[in-house]
Ligand binder design. Structure first.
Ligand SMILES: O=c1[nH]c(=O)c2[nH]c(=O)[nH]c2[nH]1
Length: 306
């Protein structure tokens, strides 16, 4: 009797990077670019490769990498949700023993800038660590309407120098925090929206491009809503602000069922100059890299009462 069994497995290629230049059909100097990092991990009938050193079923990870690059060359990669659906349908149909897969695509944020008062046709600035992240998990036995698809904005760093408060919290013998009616609020935005396949459509329709406008509009709305509420609201807490952001995205995007936020509270402490006889009217702070608060929530859409 053998001592062990394979409980779970998946494999593929991570960190497959490409830069795609998409040229306008009528003006070949008018470009869009996508710099992306892709991870494709296959699931399926691969057990013997682990348990019996039989490599026959293995589609080499090198082939997975080549496929991603060939598809990025041959097909439209915008938006990344469509590109993920296209790859998913390919791997699960070309190889009958591939039962499913997970795909993660990180897209850098390159934005065109103005030259002589006009948006450049093909020159961009890189917007730092901010990424759009698409995640797809699909098992083909569940059918093309049953998948997990999420889109996220990650590492969009923001700070407001007023318009944030925090008071009225639980006070006990361990409390040293002073209530604040005006404080710095800073975070790295990580916002994720979960698509409902029944409202969005099947993988084939996503891969065909018929949902492109929904993906693009929702990405722009989610980003705008997040930045707008961050700026405009007099925030009572990170918790209340993130709930308001998630609710506004749910209102705007009917195909989305859940919105999650994961926000570090990046503290900036007011420096006390009293010992020097100086006032500090929220003008000089020192950033505290650690520890940081970490606040998460997942907000769902209430079902309408029948
Ligand atoms: O918005 C906040 N939420 C908290 O839970 C918390 N805790 C804390 O010390 N400061 C803050 N700020």
């Amino acid at each position: 009797m053998s001592y062990s069994y394979l409980a779970e497995s998946t494999y593929g290629k991570d960190n497959v990077k490409f830069l795609k230049v998409k040229k306008d059909k009528t003006n070949p100097k008018l470009h869009e670019i996508m710099e992306a990092t892709v991870c494709v991990l296959l699931k399926g009938d691969f057990d013997v490769s682990y348990t019996e050193a039989d490599n026959k079923p293995i589609v080499p990870t090198d082939t997975v990498k080549n496929t991603i690059l060939i598809f990025a060359k041959k097909y439209d990669t915008f938006p990344t949700e469509k590109f993920a659906a296209k790859l998913a349908l390919h791997f699960t149909s070309k190889y009958s023993h591939v039962s499913g897969l997970t795909i993660k695509i990180y897209q850098d944020r390159w934005v065109k800038y103005d030259v002589d008062g006009k948006e450049s046709l093909h020159s961009f600035t890189h917007q730092g660590p901010e990424k759009k992240v698409t995640f797809l998990d699909w098992d083909k036995k569940n059918g093309p309407r049953n998948f997990v698809l999420t889109t996220a904005i990650k590492d969009l760093t923001v700070l407001k120098s007023t318009g944030s408060m925090f008071y009225g919290y639980n006070v006990c013998d361990y409390t040293t925090l002073k209530p604040a009616t005006d404080r710095i609020l800073s975070t790295d935005i990580f916002a994720t929206w979960e698509w409902n396949p029944l409202k969005l459509g099947c993988l084939n329709s996503i891969a065909s491009g018929s949902k492109d406008a929904i993906f693009n509009d929702t990405y722009h709305s989610a980003r705008d809503i997040t930045l707008d509420i961050f700026a405009k609201e007099n925030s009572p807490s990170v918790q209340a602000t993130m709930f308001n952001m998630a609710t506004a995205i749910l209102k705007k995007a009917p195909q989305v069922d859940f919105v999650s936020y994961e926000l570090p509270n990046k503290h900036y402490f007011l420096f006390d100059f009293k010992w020097k006889g100086l006032d500090n009217d929220n003008e000089l702070f020192y950033p505290s890299p650690h520890p940081n608060g970490l606040i998460k929530c997942r907000v769902g859409r209430k079902q309408a009462k029948l």
